[in-house]
Design a binder for this molecule. Structure first.
Ligand code: SAH
Length: 386
């Protein structure tokens, strides 16, 4: 195994529990290609074994502090540990995340389960070097009917890796049907967003279903996943999104569950909410699950204005006692700024608003406390004072 030497600052990051070392802290890079390397301090002391990505600014991702081989056995242990953790969570669904990168000791690896099928993402060059071992370990543990790689993500370009969607094993159909709590839905693993669905919102969708009644509104609905849960309690559900193909699946998904009271509306949510307010429409529950308005830190003030705008408008649409389930998936929007944005929206809505509870990503997408960026999904349930 090649060796990388890192500066004191690099070593300190690991000492603080953060598993990444940046390029500027690698004082002597390994000579070899991407893969696993030994990492030593300036004085030569062994610090750990890491994935090495020659082209990335995140050069080293900690795998283990033990001096050991990174082979099939290593990956099988990581897969087993991740599987045991998911078993302990006993998700009431057939689709959920099996491996969530650093929080499963498998940096830059994502594995999502859709029933009998797996969809994986290999997000660094160091990890890509172990594709064979990882695929074998997943096959041995889960014996999936098929396995797909959704490696068509921009981060792979930073690693100088190709971007493609590739069948890794067995067969994977165009659409897969999964169950989530009380509803069923179809996902498009080859072409859908992320690995086909936003699995990080699973528990929040269940919660929205519990709160649902009367008239319900799902904004940024994608393939209707919140709308379906809302439909379990509401008499009428409106699902709004700007993507026609996503809404077509939302309608199919509603039909799959025998829901005739879900209406899909193709619109820009900002315009839609304004028009609903002018028309005097009211809802007993509103869900706001926008895309990341801020993908970059310098766009944060603008993003917060956009979040505030939709939240303010949504609050105005609530009936007395009505609930707003609201989210932000931008990791630049931290918990404090999310809460402050909501406070400011509540003030401008002119209504007293209760903070019912904080929400976050589902337990199968654990946050690693030492990586603040890994807690990217913020959420809250608010209630307009009755
Ligand atoms: N709530 C969904 C995920 C939402 S993803 C779920 O749980 O599955 C964000 C969605 O917002 C995407 O489907 C995208 O098409 C849509 N979108 C982005 N900007 C929009 C806008 N201005 N108006 C309406 N929809 C928008």
């Amino acid at each position: 195994m090649e060796t990388a030497r890192v500066s004191r600052r690099g070593g300190d990051r690991w000492a603080q529990g953060h598993p990444w070392i940046y390029r500027s802290d690698v004082t002597r890079p390994p000579a070899g290609p991407a893969g696993a390397v030994r990492v030593v301090a300036e004085g030569g002391a062994f610090l750990g074994i890491a994935l090495w990505s020659p082209a990335s600014t995140i050069s080293l991702r900690l795998l283990t502090r033990e001096e050991r081989e990174i082979d099939f056995g290593f990956w099988r242990e990581r897969v087993d540990a991740a599987a045991r953790f998911r078993e302990s969570l006993a998700p009431d669904a057939t689709a959920y995340r099996l491996m969530h990168g650093e929080a499963d000791g498998a940096p830059s690896l994502v594995v999502d389960r859709y029933g009998e099928h797996l969809v994986v993402q290999l997000l660094s060059a160091g990890l890509e070097a172990f594709r064979g071992e990882i695929v074998s370990a997943l096959q041995e543990r889960f014996q999936p009917a098929g396995m797909l790689a959704r490696n068509d993500v921009p981060v792979r370009s930073h690693e100088q890796l190709d971007r493609s969607v590739e069948l890794l094993a067995g067969s994977v159909p165009e659409e897969l049907e999964v169950r989530e709590g009380r509803v069923r839905y179809r996902v498009a693993p080859w072409t859908g967003q992320k690995t086909g669905a936003f699995l990080d919102q699973r528990e929040n969708r269940g919660r929205a279903g519990e709160l649902s009644r009367g008239r319900a509104l799902d904004c940024f609905s994608y393939h209707g996943s919140f709308a379906l849960h809302l439909a379990t309690g509401a008499a009428e559900v409106v699902a709004v999104d700007s993507s026609a193909p996503a809404l077509a699946r939302a309608s199919e998904n509603a039909a799959l569950n025998g829901f005739e009271h879900v209406r899909a509306v193709e619109a820009n949510v900002f315009d839609f909410l304004r028009a609903q307010e002018s028309a005097g429409e009211r809802y007993d529950i509103v869900v706001l699950d926008p895309p990341a308005f801020s993908k970059r830190r310098d766009a944060l003030p603008q993003a917060l204005r956009a979040y505030k705008e939709v939240n303010l408008r949504a609050l105005r649409l609530l009936t007395p006692g009505g609930h707003l389930c609201t989210f932000s998936c931008s990791f630049h929007v931290d918990t404090a700024s999310f809460r402050e944005m909501l406070r400011s929206a509540a003030v401008d809505s002119g209504r007293p608003v209760r903070w019912i509870e904080a929400r976050g990503q589902s337990a199968d997408h654990p946050e690693l406390l030492q990586i603040p960026e890994s807690g990217y999904l913020k959420g809250a349930v608010l209630q307009a004072m009755p």
